[in-house]
Write a protein of this length. Structure first.
Length: 257
């Protein structure tokens, strides 16, 4: 594994460790590229404060800290500064204004919600509703169509427990879309370590059928996940099992910019 573009920081309230610790763990793990993509803040109209993402007021510190580390460790590793964010049309304009002027390298989509907090349901909870499944897949495709996001974090986040034909119908539609756009599916290392319902064998089998490529995303909430070689080996074995060619570097975000 040469690159990871899915890395969080303590600012999101559910990750641990200092920024420097993530960089040093990545170097120790042999990574050539480290992309930070903490949970991007939203500007909620009612001033709601999310418990799972950084505050608006932390954006300046995020870029200041990571820009300094990018320069300090330039001889050892390439660092990119990004965000993981949902696609939520009612809030997009305000988010873009918030990030305007900052040296943002990329974004990835993590569609944890399809409606703004606190009213939207978390998409990682089990459901047997085809309406919810369809809304989840539709929102991912609509968001990726904007060209704003480089890839989809844990696309198999939604744990559908209903009819398997319905599951395959909608998730295959997502796989076909990603294949057409040459966007890899993520094999999520955090999910492997924590024995979550993703990465899903059923989803990866569909990705195989559609001819998708894959990328390993550490989804690091602790620095040590960037040097978790046993977990990386499991992710690589999943890619091999389902014959998903692994992407080393995201297009336009290689070892050197």
């Amino acid at each position: 594994m040469l690159a990871n573009y899915h890395t969080h920081t303590y600012r999101c309230r559910h990750a641990e460790g200092e920024d420097r610790e993530y960089v040093e763990a990545a170097i120790e793990g042999g990574l050539k590229v480290l992309g930070f993509s903490d949970h991007c803040p939203w500007v909620f109209p009612d001033r709601y404060a999310s418990a799972i993402r950084m505050d608006e007021g932390q954006v300046e510190d995020y870029f200041t800290s990571l820009t300094a580390l990018k320069k300090e460790y330039a001889d050892d590793i390439t660092i990119y500064i990004g965000f993981e964010a949902e696609y939520l049309p009612p809030l997009m304009e305000a988010q873009e204004r918030l990030l305007e002027g900052y040296p943002l390298d990329y974004m990835i989509m993590g569609q944890h919600f399809v409606e703004p907090e606190p009213f939207g349901d978390y998409m990682g909870r089990p459901t047997d509703s085809e309406e919810v499944l369809k809304q989840y897949i539709d929102s991912i495709i609509a968001g990726m169509e904007t060209g704003k996001y480089k890839y989809v974090a844990h696309p198999d986040l939604l744990a559908f427990e209903g009819d398997r034909e319905i599951f395959r119908s909608h998730y295959s539609r997502l796989c076909r879309y990603l294949k057409e756009k040459s966007i890899p599916v993520e094999i999520n290392l955090l999910g492997v370590r924590n024995f979550r319902h993703y990465p899903s064998d059923e989803f990866l089998a569909m990705a195989h059928n559609e001819g998708n490529s894959a990328i390993i995303g550490c989804d690091a909430h602790q620095p040590e996940l960037l040097n978790y070689k046993a977990g990386v080996a499991i992710c690589e074995s999943l890619a091999e099992k389902y014959e998903l060619p692994l992407v080393d570097y995201l297009e336009s975000l290689g070892p050197e910019k």
